[in-house]
Design a protein around this ligand. Structure first.
Ligand code: GDP
Length: 314
């Protein structure tokens, strides 16, 4: 397949907003071998929720391309506990970065969202056009509403100002740089940590939230970073694009898979007092395949390499 280049990062100043996060740091790794100047700002240097600070920084640094990988993120409990932070922080970050990019002539921008933008009961696998066809999953609707607003911002700047700005919606991500704090993290790093600690302590069982019955899809963050650079260089459509692997796994089976990698031989206790969240959110990755991109990393290998990363940092 011949893939047409729409915009090349070669020779450009490329801002990775949110470069300290799991996604942003993976994009920086992916860009490192490419011929471009990577711009970054730590949160101490630049608070992305501060409109004036963002405008001033972008005007001074003049990026030509922007990856919007900055966001307030967290697992099911964190979303449910801090709704105002998840909505306000994410709205401010995306609005400030997109508006400042437009004002300063950024040529191409990629906004990253999440698969939770789709309705709770969207037909599976979820196609891009399922957006706004039904009610959201209540445990993460705050984050979802902010990310939907981001997609619409990108589309509105394209429509009103002719900006070549695009959006990608990754499925659940994991990999190096993930958050392993049990109160705030997503399921995969949480289970990895619980299993690792139980193994070291010789504990007979670990606690798994919910019923274990929901399905989730997991994409390695280095695959996402690869997809993000691919879309930045080749995609210029109005619609957002799903980025996933196209298959999912039951939480109960995910626990077994991680337990095997970690070497934990005990049992699992499912805590029904914790929320299950949406029953399933499998991405339809047809559009991405049509564009010429597919995920490469297998879940078990990805979990194994992430576990190595985690142990090195303990
Ligand atoms: P979600 O994809 O937005 O629902 O976020 P999570 O990754 O936090 O949760 C996914 C699923 O894993 C939910 O059904 C959780 O109840 C379940 N789960 C099981 N054990 C855990 C755990 O220790 N931490 C988290 N965050 N989720 C867990």
């Amino acid at each position: 397949m011949t893939i047409e280049v729409d915009f090349s990062v070669a020779g450009k100043r490329v801002w990775v907003a949110g470069h300290r996060g799991m996604v942003g740091s993976a994009i920086v790794r992916r860009l490192a071998g490419m011929d471009c100047e990577i711009l970054t700002a730590s949160s101490a240097e630049l608070d992305l929720r501060d409109q004036l600070a963002v405008r001033t920084w972008v005007a001074a640094r003049r990026p030509q391309a922007v990856f919007v990988a900055a966001a307030k993120v967290g697992g099911i409990l964190a979303n449910d506990t801090y709704p105002a932070d998840f909505l306000y922080d994410n709205l401010m970050i995306e609005a400030n970065v997109i508006e400042a990019s437009y004002r300063n002539g950024v040529e191409k921008l990629l906004f990253l969202g999440s698969s939770c933008i789709y309705p709770k009961l969207a037909p599976q696998p979820m196609k891009e056009d399922a957006l706004l066809t039904g009610p959201l999953e209540p445990t993460n609707e705050w984050y979802a509403v902010a990310k939907i607003a981001g997609i619409k911002l990108v589309q509105s700047y394209r429509r009103q100002h002719g900006c070549n700005y695009i959006s990608a919606m990754p499925t659940n991500l994991y990999g190096p740089g993930d958050n392993f704090d049990l109160a705030g993290s997503h399921v995969l790093p949480a289970l990895m940590r619980k299993l690792h600690e139980a193994k070291l302590a010789g504990a007979p069982e670990i606690e798994v939230w919910g019923s274990g019955q929901p399905y989730r899809e997991f994409l390695h963050v280095d695959d996402l970073a690869d997809a993000a650079v691919f879309l930045m260089e080749t995609y210029c459509g109005y619609e957002h694009v799903n980025v996933g692997v196209g298959e999912d796994i039951r939480i109960a089976d995910l626990v077994r898979l991680i337990a095997k990698v970690v070497g934990f031989n005990g049992s699992f206790r499912f805590d029904a007092s914790k929320p299950d969240g949406t029953p399933r959110k499998l991405m339809d990755v047809g559009r991405m395949k049509q564009l010429g991109w597919q995920a490469r990393r297998n879940l078990e290998q990805g979990v194994a390499s992430t576990y190595e990363w985690y142990k090195d940092r303990m």
